[in-house]
Design a protein around this ligand. Structure first.
Ligand SMILES: [Ca+2]
Ligand SMILES: [Ca+2]
Length: 226
């Protein structure tokens, strides 16, 4: 048997997915402390996270998890015997964040590893990418490497001085999150790639920036100081 502490006077209990991550959690209505306790299941650690406590109305007798406002996300409601009220906690979806964790450029491949986390910095392992490289759908090239890492190898497109950088844009979705749109502009000067004789140093001679103006400015500066 496993025991977990909650707040004073647990009167009712309900198991349901309170944070819409696909895993059921435990919620109790705590009659004598006018609170609910939530134990969220953490599938990475294989245990429940420490309890979260929320104040509700007086003498909560029952708690229930269901989508109360019909937006597709579960909410938590309690019936409060002592105050003739219900307390309603509406679920607010987490937001996704993505960053380029690693990149590598050569004449054969442009390789990227993206790290996907939520706004609580927790890694998201169930993200689905829609990815366009220079306007071409390359979504099927994205590989899920686990632990929030997603790898993709793209056909190289280089950009000479004066040409526009190449857009890499994507939408990232995962259950329980609002869809995220992300884009970056990539300008790799072919001179930069051919400048190194050792392919292993290619990854260091790169220019990756967000924003067309910045990229072009830097390319010009780079040429000037050569
Ligand atoms: Ca859950
Ligand atoms: Ca809802």
């Amino acid at each position: 048997m496993i025991t977990r502490a909650v707040r004073g006077g647990p009167e009712d209990i309900f198991i349901g997915d309170v944070n819409y991550d696909g895993y059921n959690d435990i919620t109790t209505a705590n009659r004598y402390s006018d609170t609910i306790s939530i134990l969220r299941w953490d599938n990475i650690s294989g245990d429940w996270d420490p309890r979260i406590t929320f104040a509700v109305g007086k003498y909560p007798y029952s708690v229930f998890i269901e989508d109360a406002d019909n937006n597709g996300y579960n909410d938590i409601v309690t019936a409060n015997y002592g105050s003739n009220t219900v307390s309603i906690f509406l679920w607010k979806p987490y937001t996704l964040q993505v960053e380029i964790f690693e990149d590598f450029y050569s004449f054969e491949h442009f390789n990227f590893t993206f790290l996907v986390r939520n706004n609580l910095r927790r890694r998201v392992e169930t993200a689905i990418f829609q990815l366009w490289w220079n306007g071409t759908d390359v979504s099927s090239a994205v590989q899920n490497h686990g632990n929030g890492y997603y790898f993709v190898s793209l056909e190289p497109i280089t950009v000479a001085l004066g040409e526009d950088p190449i857009i890499l844009n994507m939408t990232i979705s995962a259950s329980g999150y609002e869809v995220l749109y992300y884009e970056t502009f990539i300008a790799i000067d072919p001179d930069t790639l051919s400048g190194g004789n050792d392919p292993q140093i290619f990854g260091y001679n790169i220019i990756t920036l967000v924003g067309v103006a910045c990229v072009i400015t830097l390319l010009i500066l780079k040429k000037r100081f050569r």
